[in-house]
Design a binder for this molecule. Sequence first.
Ligand SMILES: [Zn+2]
Length: 218
Amino acid sequence: MEYIAKLTKLKGKELSFESLEDINVERLKTVFGTSNNVEGLITFKDKRALSDKQRKLYRALLNNIYEWSGEPTDFLHEWFKEEYFLDKGEKISTANHSTNSKSDMNELLDMVIDFIFEWNVPFKKGYELLPKNESWYLYQCCKHRKCAVCGKKSDIHHVNAVGMGSNRKKVDNRWREFLSVCRKHHVEVETIGNEAFFDKYKVKGIKLDEDLIKKLRI
Ligand SMILES: [Zn+2]
């Protein structure tokens, strides 16, 4: 169940929200058996207007798909806008007068990147533009086992290494971070260390959800 709410108070770990929609309490009780102590996920939306950097990346990525498929970028643009509408129930515009936010644009870019990973579209011009330090990009790299640095087939690097003698099965993955890197870059990160590697390639470790950890068998 998803609702949109406004943060009204923030004091340490205590947060108060005012819901902008009517919450279906009955449904909440049916699903969770109670309306107290239900756990949720908070996502803060970046309301800043979408940026030229995002537009440039979007165009470069559509170009990659064009070179691979031969479908004109205008057609691809309309297709992804339609996908966005079907998924979110809202229209998106990438034009200069667009009222869409940075977060909206990241969702659209996420769809394009997902497509590229799913179909193994070769990264060309777009690659150096990819926002390598952004969690959603790094997440896609893990999900599709692509190196976050060069796009080749990857292993998953455990950023916080499992300590000597500790049992992998007992490690609580919620506190661990991962980075998707190919063999060559895996060797490099283990040689020069996380910090130097992150600094050199502008990447970072990210947390993964339990489902993906299970799926990737890491
Ligand atoms: Zn690599």
